[in-house]
Design a protein around this ligand. Structure first.
Ligand code: TXA
Ligand code: MG
Length: 336
């Protein structure tokens, strides 16, 4: 593990040029980066994560000029979105060019592209001199890492370098929108919110998989939607009610052994179980910053079940709700 600086950037670039995988901070979550043009290096990402072979990767670039060689068309709508929100927490899916290897796209004819704003991510992409394929730096299925310690917990012994850039600003992965079809479709909500996208594109479609489970046999627009995600080993259940109602509900359970609660920082201390906080009740950004760390903390305490206070789905809250629903396998207690 190294801190950001010339030494770590040069080492990262050298490792990447040798076909290795390195962990870097971004403004969303930490990523596991490799040369997107080197299919052997990209394979190493899949094995380090234990990632299913049909779940494609996002390619990260440092400059807008890098788009043209990666896609066969850069439509005007995509150019406007990029001008508005790049560099930043937004991934745009476009039709790919022939230069992109199948290892990155898993044989799909589209490519996910993102230009991160984090200074370390940008420095490493620039030094490497190639676009970097990078998924979140967690073991497949576990919560995305928002600190270098999370990456170390999952990747120790699997990769040669982690650059420690402290805690990530947003804490949830980038917004993913596809512009490869007739209508723009939001596939994964993030810090670039629906109103922000609609301000540039006009009305967009929101994939039904953002807030609901795929039905049996339904095709996933984004392969990542198929998989259990962001889950600690403990069972997570969203509690759709007030703090008082949660207290009554917990008291009505037969046993509180191994039960904990995912609460808001400003919740009163009235629950009969261990409490782990994930941000302020009225601040979706603070929830997005802390949710994944809180999910990891649930496992560190050895809890078997975590009842989570229900977040708002407005603005960045849509991303918080989407990740929490997936962590919970869509299980919720609703008193309404
Ligand atoms: O913030 C982020 O996006 C982080 C940082 C490291 O940049 N990366 C990230 O990557 O979250 P990953 O691999 O964990 O999530 C990428 C998601 C997956 O759900 C994948 O299925 C989807 O994007 N995806 C990638 N390429 C796609 C494509 N061509 N069509 C549809 N979905 C795609
Ligand atoms: Mg991921």
């Amino acid at each position: 593990m190294l801190t950001p600086g010339e030494e770590s950037y040069s080492l990262a670039a050298e490792l990447i040029s040798r076909g290795e995988v390195v962990a870097i901070p971004t403004e969303t979550v930490y990523g596991l980066a490799a040369n997107a043009y080197d299919s052997c290096a990209v394979e190493k990402i899949f094995s380090a994560k234990g990632r299913p072979q049909d779940n494609p990767l996002i390619v990260h670039i440092a400059h807008i000029e890098d788009v043209s060689e990666l896609v066969c068309e850069f439509p005007e709508s995509a150019q406007r979105l990029a001008a508005a929100y790049w560099p930043g927490p937004l991934t745009i899916i476009l039709k790919k060019s022939d230069k992109v290897c199948d290892a990155v796209t898993c044989g799909m004819d589209t490519l996910a592209l993102r230009m991160p704003s984090h200074s370390v991510a940008r420095a490493v992409i620039e030094r490497a001199g190639v676009p970097l394929a990078a998924p979140s730096a967690n073991l497949s299925g576990s919560p995305s890492p928002t600190s270098a310690a999370h990456v170390l917990a999952d990747m120790d012994g699997r990769i040669p370098l982690i650059i420690d850039g402290g805690e990530c600003d947003f804490g949830v992965e980038s917004t993913v929108i596809t512009l490869a079809g007739e209508m723009p479709v939001l596939l994964r909500p993030g810090a670039v919110t629906v109103p922000m996208l609609e301000a540039v594109l006009g009305e967009i479609e929101i994939s039904s998989a953002v807030l609901a489970e795929l039905r049996e046999g339904e095709r996933a627009e984004s392969p990542g939607m198929k998989y259990r995600h962001y889950s600690p080993s403990a069972k997570v259940i969203i509690f759709d009610g007030t703090l008082q109602e949660m207290r009554q509900y917990l008291f009505s359970l037969d046993s509180l052994d191994g039960v904990c609660a995912l609460c808001f920082d400003d919740d009163a201390d009235i629950l009969p179980v261990l409490r782990i906080n994930y941000g302020m009740s009225d601040d979706s950004i603070s929830q997005s910053q802390h949710l994944f760390a809180a999910l990891r903390e649930v496992d560190n305490t050895g809890a078997k079940v975590a009842y989570a206070r229900c977040p708002s789905s407005e603005g960045v809250g849509l991303a918080v709700m989407n990740r929490l629903l997936r962590a919970a396998g869509f299980e919720r207690v609703s008193l309404k």
